[in-house]
Design a protein around this ligand. Structure first.
Ligand code: ATP
Length: 328
């Protein structure tokens, strides 16, 4: 028989993403709805080790559904990677009477959660929060949709300058291992070429494509580059390479950086966060553990944490074709 859950701890960990606050709010209010207590754990696993806890009632999460970042703060905790650190964390949870955890973060956060469960048989549910959308078992992670909208908005603005000055812009977006942001925002913003980590288009192909677009009468272009693209050059080296080979181009570089993680979450992310928070708490109450709650075919679904951690997300190859056709 699973033990009865009376007090749920919630934390955010790893990189922050828009929608984390909406997820915290959902976890807190779902607990209140089911008449169980909820404890906010500050600074991710580090706060668990230090006992940085605060009781959260339904009114403590007023006016945060629209806010970026995370009111519980996030941290990367090296100490939690040690068994002594996790032991301290477990002692603190036990002292506080917390009997289950909802962890909001990426695959590192899930790895820590799963390990914690294995060592202490402690119920854990994960909510995927990262703008990269690189978690297996969910079509969308929290913050991805907001980040796409942010990137498209910025590229629209860059385009105004690019077209006024007949320039070529290289825009670097986040995505060290996954090109979801680059591919989708690139198509949405009408990019000429999109370079992503999953696909090595090669330098020749880039030059060819730029030459073709010049010949077809385009006077300005945007190339979207994921930070982890496979072409083997960073965005500034790429600029030098293209200018050396195509002297007719005046290339400018824009690295979007952390602005992609910030801002008010989109409606999609707020709704997603609300749905995932409800499912996470209710699954714990049903005695489930070691799952990630995610979205599959527009329905909330559970994926074992182990699969969510190990599974690889794929880019939609059809989008590559669409992108090619759109740059004709
Ligand atoms: P992001 O997608 O933003 O990188 P993440 O959740 O993958 O998010 P990480 O920094 O990898 O971010 O992990 C967050 C925290 O999870 C770490 O700081 C650490 O406390 C914990 N963690 C990660 N990997 C492990 C591990 N192997 N064992 C124990 N804890 C871990």
């Amino acid at each position: 028989m699973p033990k009865t859950i009376k007090k749920v701890g919630v934390l955010t960990s790893g990189g922050d993403s828009p929608g984390m606050n909406a997820a915290i709010r959902s976890v807190v209010r779902t607990c209140a709805y089911h008449n169980i207590e909820c404890i906010g754990i500050y600074r991710g696993y580090q706060g668990m080790i230090e006992g940085d806890f605060k009781e959260m009632g339904p009114r403590s999460v007023n006016n945060i559904v629209n806010k970026g970042g995370t009111i519980l703060k996030s941290a990367r905790s090296l100490e939690f990677k040690t068994s002594e650190g996790r032991k301290k964390a477990h002692e603190n949870l036990t002292k506080a009477g917390i009997d289950a955890l909802v962890v909001i973060g990426g695959d590192g956060t899930f790895t820590g959660g799963l390990l914690f469960n294995t060592e202490f048989n402690f119920p854990v549910m994960g909510i995927p929060g990262t703008i990269d959308n690189d978690i297996f078992g969910t079509s969308h992670t929290l913050g991805y949709d907001t980040a796409l909208n942010t990137v498209v908005d910025v590229i629209d603005k860059i385009r105004d300058t690019a077209s006024s000055h007949n320039r070529l812009f290289f825009v670097e977006v986040m995505g060290r291992d996954a090109g979801h942001i680059a591919l989708n925002a690139g198509i949405g913003a009408g990019a000429e070429e999109i370079l992503i980590p999953e696909e090595d288009l090669g330098l020749d192909r880039l030059l060819e494509s730029l030459q073709k677009s010049k010949a077809s009468g385009k006077s300005s272009s945007i190339v979207v580059i994921a930070e982890g693209d496979k072409i083997g050059k960073n965005v500034f080296e790429l600029k030098d390479y293209v200018e050396a080979n195509l002297p007719e181009y005046d290339v400018r570089v824009s690295v979007l950086g952390h602005m992609q993680r910030g801002g008010s979450p989109s409606c999609f992310d707020r709704v997603l966060a609300s749905r995932l928070g409800v499912k996470a708490v209710e699954s714990l109450l049903e005695g489930k553990s070691n799952y990630m709650v995610g979205l599959q075919n527009d329905k909330v679904a559970l994926t074992p944490l182990e699969q969510a951690i190990k599974g690889k997300t794929m880019i939609d190859r059809e989008l590559l074709r669409v992108s090619d056709i759109m740059s004709t």
